[in-house]
Write a protein that binds this ligand. Sequence first.
Ligand code: SAM
Ligand code: SF4
Length: 336
Amino acid sequence: MASNPSDLVDGFGRVHRDLRISVTDRCNFRCSYCMPAEGMEWLPREDLLSYEELARVARICVERFGFDGIRLTGGEPTVRAHLPVLIEKLSKLDVDLSLTTNGTSLPLLADQLVAAGLQRINISCDSLRADRFEQITRRDELPKVLAGIDAALAAGLGPVKLNVVVMRGVNDDEIVDFATFGRDKGISVRFIEFMPLDAQGEWTNEQVVTQDEIVATINSVYPLEVVAGRGSAPAERWRYLDRESGSAGSDVGVIASVTHSFCDSCDRVRLTAEGMLRHCLFATRELDLRAMLRADATDDELAAAITAEVGAKWAGHQINQVHFIRPARSMSQIGG
Ligand code: SAM
Ligand code: SF4
């Protein structure tokens, strides 16, 4: 084990400590902003990194570069077989270990995930109305997702957060309903500005409901004050004035990638399910770690390649500027 981790720094002085791992590109939903209804071509099984390979990259990031956070995502991470086996391997690295999921598998899996060492969870849900939920996800599964939220709470995952992508004319009339739901359940809702990553290329700026609009809408019903000290977290947070600070469901967050980009404080790198390291969700280049892993590269060689890739990281994604290039792959393929 390398005894002294050194910072993984890019050309803008940003230190990287957070790894997002996509464990699969597959999903049991077909959210309209993420995937087409039919015809998705999944990666062949042998192209996915094995759990041993994923855990090796994670270990190198922790040992060599002092990473302290790992989030598993996808696609839908829980559709990959034996996910608790991976969680158990990663939990040995002693980092803040979390998972982003659509929640449908949690009634079955939540206890096993916690037993394997999972600490925190984000569950995605874009509507609390069954008919609308089905329109967005193309699956009639709202009851299962709601049961998944309860299962996560009962299993002791904490905090449980709810991810809500807000789209104008689709679900922006549910902002207060979600705030109420979070307050009642004791969970933190994270509203996400809709980003230009949709597989079908349907994104337009007009569909983005901005952070300012979201906060004003909630504040008109539940008065809020901003929480200072965001650090490198993607969400800006607000506290409900009528709730005790730090209590369950006492805050709400907004991930404003479009109108208040947080690239300046970004500390993340991403590993796709087939082993490509990306220094940004919107990156136009990636490092083929799978080829290196399968050509028996040493830890030193892998660490050097990761250092060079992060060294080439750009200042930011520049959504809304003329030279912005949409990634060729959707969030489910890159890892959300
Ligand atoms: N399947 C899991 C889930 O839905 O939580 C994990 C992967 S999903 C790609 C991760 C998150 O990205 C979800 O909260 C999803 O709503 C969000 N997402 C996907 N496409 C997006 C987009 N174009 N803009 C904003 N958020 C997006
Ligand atoms: Fe699946 Fe998540 Fe994409 Fe929806 S957002 S299709 S649940 S990967």
